[in-house]
Design a protein around this ligand. Structure first.
Ligand code: ASP
Ligand code: MG
Length: 400
């Protein structure tokens, strides 16, 4: 939704779908840069501003684009009207700035669709039970779209973005990256959480929970969603040939926190991580060393970079950690390989570690799940690690 011209391009896609006989509901995000500007305005007045007023401000970007999109659809001869979150209503909890959608009574939108109007719904926003405006967290329009698709029992949810699908890795970093025709929800969830910026992770979570067939495709291509030019995100059963590794992702958004010489006794992990969880800080990789003397140990974990200093302050305030040294490193990256076939194949971790060793990249910490292996490495090795793993796992595009 960069500017009015792009809104008109998107309106052409809606028209294309309507001409194919489809009923369409549209969700829009704000125009490029607008949300950042609105966040900045809030911070200029008060860096720690009241989250409910922050939401009132940042939700306004989508009010503009819903109206503009409805106008662009009128111009194309389609009946259409705009809906703010509260008009739908998208009923959310009161966790301002990162609200979750609790309920979408479909009646208003159903009525709109039945009267052959195209509803244009503001992404990213909702309303609390007490009538306050909320937002879903940055990038949350994807989540609005999936939630709406589930509520309306849509046949498909198409997400138009600035990339034309999901790639085996970041094509700006590795030109040999390939577009995937299909990935599973599980893989996409891992990839989104691990740094692939294509989709808001919660949108994938919702799509998986509600079985919403989801397609990622480009705003910049003329084709429309019904021609299936993007990447389909589907159930595992819908994929015949399961790749052992389907993607390599990276993120530089994490910080590594190490607490040295914590007392080695029952309850210590709980007393460190409970307050962090209560502060709403997401912990990812956790490593606890063996205790050489049986008395103390070191604990290493990662948190989002933006929460690093908050985490440090929090840990410093804990009685149980009095006198413990706390180290915070922000020059790290997490590199991951993801693939649904991993759950039934061995040796992925070994291959990954060998490749990194051959390239003299030191691993700082490791974490795995059924379908992914992640390592922390020094940030300066990110590109090398991603490129080499992409090649080693056979993901490079064949030269024409
Ligand atoms: N406009 C919001 C943001 O920039 C939501 C979105 O774009 O998905 O985070
Ligand atoms: Mg977005």
């Amino acid at each position: 939704m960069a500017d009015p011209a792009r809104i008109e391009d998107a309106a052409d896609k809606v028209l294309g779908e309507v001409k194919r006989g489809n009923q369409v509901a549209v969700v829009v995000s704000a125009m490029a840069g607008v949300t950042n500007q609105l966040v900045d305005y809030c911070q200029q007045i008060d860096a720690g501003c009241d989250p409910s007023e922050y939401d009132a401000v940042v939700a306004s970007g989508e009010q503009v684009t819903t109206g503009l999109m409805a106008l662009a659809l009128h111009k194309r001869g389609l009946a259409s009207r705009s809906f703010m979150g509260w008009q739908v209503p998208m009923i959310c909890d009161d966790k301002h700035g990162r609200a979750r959608i609790n309920d979408i009574p479909p009646d208003n939108l159903d009525q709109c669709l039945n009267e052959n109007f195209v509803p244009v719904v503001a992404g990213f926003q909702g309303i609390t039970k007490t009538g306050r405006i909320t937002t879903l967290g940055r990038g949350g329009s994807d989540t609005t779209a999936v939630a709406l698709a589930a509520a309306l029992k849509a046949d498909r949810c198409d997400i138009y973005t600035d990339v034309d699908g999901v790639y085996t890795t970041d094509p700006r970093m590795v030109p040999q990256a390939r577009k995937l025709d299909k990935v599973t929800y599980e893989e996409m969830l891992e990839m989104a959480a691990l740094g692939a910026k294509v989709l808001h992770p919660r949108s994938v979570e919702l799509a998986m929970a509600w079985d919403v067939p989801l397609q990622v495709l480009s705003t910049f291509e003329p084709s429309v969603g019904s021609d299936l030019p993007g990447t389909m995100i589907v159930k595992e059963d819908d994929i015949v040939e399961k790749q052992i590794v389907n993607g390599v992702t990276y993120t530089r958004n994490e910080a590594k926190i190490t607490v040295l010489s914590v007392p080695d006794m029952p309850g210590i992990a709980a007393s460190i991580f409970a307050p962090i969880a209560e502060a709403g800080i997401n912990v990812d990789v956790i490593v606890q060393n063996v205790s050489p003397d049986g008395k103390t140990t070191d604990m290493t974990f990662t948190v989002p970079k933006i929460d690093a200093e908050r985490t440090r302050t929090l840990l410093q305030s804990l009685d149980i950690l009095k006198g413990c040294e706390i180290r915070v490193a922000t020059d790290i990256a997490k590199v991951s390989v993801v693939g649904i076939g991993m759950s039934s194949h061995t040796g992925v971790a070994r291959t990954m570690f060998t490749i990194l060793a051959n390239n003299k990249i030191n691993i700082l910490a490791i974490t795995t799940s059924e379908i992914k292996v992640s390592v922390l490495v020094e940030e300066k090795y990110t590109e090398l690690a991603v490129r080499e793993l992409h090649r080693a796992f056979g993901l490079d595009q064949e030269k024409p």
